[in-house]
Write a protein that binds this ligand. Structure first.
Ligand code: RIB
Ligand code: CA
Length: 312
């Protein structure tokens, strides 16, 4: 089977970093480019971090294009309370081995999608501002997008406010554009990603890999686990973003439910909340495949095998 062409829009970010490595270490995926956005840190830091992860993976040829510094409306909300001052605190990562692509993220996405011989899968693991700008300003790309898989929202509570998950909260107007685009969409929310916990055993298996990638990932999880314990009282950190890539590699890892999904953009207390109508109570046509359950053991086998391939 031909590898799936993927453009990854992200805000690395500890879990975004694992998603990048999972994509690089999986023959089922052809990572044709990375675009970056504000979110866990500034877009400048996210770009620098993406390039450092590519240097760690010895894959400097993968292009990185910098994108949005702020949401479509309002101020940028930065998640440094979880990811630290650099956005990827913990490991000692190598310096970049290449310069960022000279194009801004939306132009890079547009050109890459239109130049691809087959429809491209767009994966978003940060505030979805770049993807929204792409769909709003360049509708011609729509038929060339196989699907959009995004990490964001939740069928339950939020993590940034009681109602809203971070990526959705950071740019709800952007998520609304994507949810109403009519394109095939899969949503990996907190209800799913909170099943993907990097337990002590998982981190030990990373550290036992006899190469810098495994050790760096263990250090990433060490810092991520510390802040998740301090802020959310989690015994182990939920590694959200690689669940999107895993969904491409093995859709059977996750159970899905087609639902109507909307995002609140106006609620005083609920801005950024995703409304997931699992039982069809709103009588609206379903627009999103929503991830519900994760085969946790299979997920970690997939991720750890990929990390070991990248590092070996
Ligand atoms: O709420 C979790 C999401 O916000 C993840 O994508 C994490 O990297 C942060 O961006
Ligand atoms: Ca992210």
């Amino acid at each position: 089977m031909n590898p799936i062409p993927v453009l990854l829009d992200c805000d690395p970010g500890h879990d975004d970093a694992i998603a990048i490595l999972l994509a690089l270490g999986s023959p089922q995926v052809d990572l044709i480019g990375i675009t970056t956005t504000f979110g866990n840190c500034s877009v400048g830091k996210a770009t620098y971090n993406a390039q450092r992860i590519l240097a760690l993976a010895r894959r400097p040829e993968v292009p990185v294009a910098a994108g949005a510094a702020a949401p479509l409306a309002g101020e940028a909300h930065i998640g440094d309370f979880i990811h630290g001052a650099t956005g990827i605190d913990g490991p000692d990562l190598p310096e970049p081995l290449a310069a960022p692509d000279r194009r801004e993220a939306v132009e890079f996405l547009r050109a890459s999608i239109l130049a691809a011989p087959h429809p491209v899968t767009v994966v978003a693991t940060g505030p979805i501002t770049n993807v929204a700008r792409l769909l709003r300003d360049h509708p011609e790309v729509g038929p060339r997008i196989a699907e959009i898989v995004f990490m964001g929202g939740s069928t339950e509570r939020g993590n940034t406010t009681p109602a809203a998950e971070f990526n959705a909260y950071a740019d709800p107007e952007a998520l609304d554009i994507v949810l109403t685009s009519g394109l095939p969409i899969r949503m990996v929310g907190l209800n799913l990603s909170h099943q993907a916990l990097a337990t002590r055993d998982v981190v030990a298996r990373m550290r036992a890999m006899d190469h810098p990638v495994g050790r760096a990932c263990a250090d990433l999880m060490g810092f991520f686990g510390g802040t998740y314990s301090d802020v959310f009282d989690f015994a182990a950190p939920p590694v959200h973003d690689p669940c999107t890539i895993a969904a491409l590699i093995d859709p059977g890892l996750i159970t899905w439910h087609k639902s109507f999904v909307a995002v609140e953009t106006e609620g005083r207390w609920t801005r950024g909340a995703t409304v997931v109508d699992l039982h069809g109570r709103l009588d609206r046509p379903p627009n999103v495949e929503v991830a519900l359950t994760l085969d946790v053991d299979a997920y970690w086998r997939l991720v750890l095998d990929a990390l070991d391939r990248v590092g070996s």
